[in-house]
Design a protein around this ligand. Sequence first.
Ligand SMILES: CC(=O)N[C@H]1[C@@H](OP(=O)(O)OP(=O)(O)OC[C@H]2O[C@@H](n3ccc(=O)[nH]c3=O)[C@H](O)[C@@H]2O)O[C@H](CO)[C@@H](O)[C@@H]1O[C@H](C)C(=O)N[C@@H](C)C(=O)N[C@H](CCC(=O)O)C(=O)O
Ligand SMILES: Nc1ncnc2c1ncn2[C@@H]1O[C@H](COP(=O)(O)OP(=O)(O)OP(=O)(O)O)[C@@H](O)[C@H]1O
Ligand SMILES: N[C@H](CCC[C@H](N)C(=O)O)C(=O)O
Ligand SMILES: [Mg+2]
Length: 471
Amino acid sequence: MRLSELTSRGSEVEVTGFSIDNRKVEPGHVFGAFRGAVHNGEDFIEDAVERGAVAVVCRDGIGTFKAQRIASDNPRETFAEMAAKFYGPYPENVVAVTGTNGKTSTVEMCRQMWRMMGKRSASIGTLGVTTSDDQVKTGLTTPDIVTFLNNMAGLKRMGISHVAYETSSHGLDQHRAEGVPLKAAAFTNFSRDHLDYHETMEAYFEAKMRLFDELLPEDGTAVVWTDDEYSDAVIARVKQRGLKLLTVGERGETIRLGDRRSTALGQAMAITHDGETHLLKLPLIGGYQAANVMTAAGLMLATGSGFGDVFAAMGRVSPVRGRLERAVITKKGAPIYVDYAHTPDALVAAIEALRPHVEKKLITVFGAGGDRDRGKRAPMGMVAAEASDIVIVTDDNPRSEDPATIRAEILEGAPDAIEVEGRRAAIEKAIALAEAGDIVLLAGKGHEQGQIIGDVTHPFDDGEVARECAA
Ligand SMILES: CC(=O)N[C@H]1[C@@H](OP(=O)(O)OP(=O)(O)OC[C@H]2O[C@@H](n3ccc(=O)[nH]c3=O)[C@H](O)[C@@H]2O)O[C@H](CO)[C@@H](O)[C@@H]1O[C@H](C)C(=O)N[C@@H](C)C(=O)N[C@H](CCC(=O)O)C(=O)O
Ligand SMILES: Nc1ncnc2c1ncn2[C@@H]1O[C@H](COP(=O)(O)OP(=O)(O)OP(=O)(O)O)[C@@H](O)[C@H]1O
Ligand SMILES: N[C@H](CCC[C@H](N)C(=O)O)C(=O)O
Ligand SMILES: [Mg+2]
C-alpha cells in the first residue's frame, strides 16, 4: 500500500507496516514517535529511520530526518487512523466495552453468547485474544495499537465476524484500541481506579467517554447499564450526540431487571423486554455477573440478534476465568473463591456476591498492586473490613514498591485486619482459620499467573496455591 493511500499528505512510497518501537522497525515501516510515561519516542526517530522507516508520525518541528514527516498535534491519533487503514479489513460486527469493572466479563460473555447463536466470535481484553478454540495472552488489556489492529485483522482472516473488546482508560487515552469500525459500545460502571495515571476522577471519566464521544460512529448504538452513579451522565452524552441508546438494568428500558434471588447453582432473575417478563436462570453467582450478562445481552440486541435467541444464550453462559471462580473446598468444608476485584467497588461487588452463600464467616484475603493508584488502598481496606468477618491483608504484585508500605496503606482503612507478608502464607492462614460454613475470598489476582516482585514475575496462581494449601 502506498503512503498516499493512508494519508492525503503522503507520498507514493510503499508502506510495509507500522511500528511504535524503533527496535521493531523494518524497511518500509511508518514509525510513530510518541512521548510516553517512561521514554520519549522522539529520541528514537533517527534510529527508526536508519532501520528503514519511510515516514514518521510525530509532533511538528521535531528533529530533522530522511523520511517523510507526518506532523500532528496528536501523533498517537494520527498514527492510529493511518494504521487502521493499512491493516484492515476487520470483522464486520465489532463492539467495545468500557467501565471500571466488568469489561473482561462482559466481552467474554458476548463471545460465548454469539457462539451459541452460531456466529464465529472472539473477545479481546485482559484475558488475551480468545476464540472458541484458543486463547493467546497479550500481557495487557490493550498492549498497543499495532498489536490490536493486527489481531483484529487476523481474526477477520480466520473467518470471525463478531468481536467484543475491552477499552481500558489507558487504551482510550493513548489511542491504543481504535480504528476498527464499531457497531455498538457499552458502559458498565465507573468508580475509583487508576488515579495514579489520570490524576482526577474527571479526567478518568473523560478518558472513558472517548468511546462514546469519538470511537462510536454516528450510526452506532450505545448500551448503558443504568444502575451506576455515573449512568445518567453517560446517557446524557449519548443523547446529546443523538446516538441510538439501549438501556439495561433495574431502570433499564430495553431490558429491565426485576427480582433477583440466589439459587444453589446461580441466580434466578426476572427480566422484562418489550413488555414481557421472563424468568432467567443464570448459572453464575453474583449480582455483578447478572449486570454483566445483561450488558452483554444489550450488545447482542444492538448487533441484530433477536431477544429469544439472546435469552436462551444468557441461560447457558459459563463462568469467566478468575471471576468468582470456586478453586477448592477445604478439608473442613469451606469453599475458596478466586476473584479479580482490585478496586473498592469491585471488592464490595465480590463480597456481596458471596454473602448469600455464607453461613458463618466470610474471610477476605487481598492486597493492592504496587506502582498503581495508591489512593485506592485505604478505601479497599475500609470496604473489605466493613463487609467481611475476617480480613487478611497481604501482597498483590508489589512491583517496584515495598510490600510492607503497601500493606500499611491498606491497613489504614482496616486497622483490625490480620497482616500476613507473602501471598502464599496469607492463603495458608485463611485456610487454617476457615471452618465449615465459612467462605474464603481471594481477591485481586483472578486469572493472573504471576506475582510481580521488583522486575521479576514469580509463577503464582491463586487457585492453584489454594488447592495446594488445602490438600
Ligand atoms: C502507563 C502506560 O499505560 N504505559 C503504556 C504505554 O507506554 P508509553 O507510551 O507510556 O511508553 P514508554 O515506555 O514511555 O515509551 C514511549 C514510546 O517510546 C517507544 N520506545 C521506547 C523505548 C525504546 O527503546 N524504543 C521506543 O521506540 C515506545 O514504544 C513508546 O511508543 O503504551 C505501551 C504500548 O503502546 C504500553 O505497553 C504501556 O503499558 C505499560 C507497560 C503498563 O503497565 N500499562 C498498564 C498501566 C495498562 O495500560 N493497563 C491497562 C489496563 C488497566 C485495567 O484494565 O484496569 C491496559 O489497557 O492494559
Ligand atoms: N458489573 C460489575 N459491577 C461491579 N463490580 C464488578 C462488575 N463486574 C466485575 N466486577 C468486579 O471486578 C472484577 C474484575 O472484573 P472484570 O475482569 O470483568 O473487569 P475489568 O473491567 O475487565 O477489569 P480490568 O480493569 O482489570 O481489566 C471482578 O472480579 C469483580 O470483583
Ligand atoms: N489491569 C489492572 C490489573 C490490576 C490487578 C492487580 N493484581 C494489580 O496488579 O494491581 C492494572 O494493571 O491496574
Ligand atoms: Mg479487564
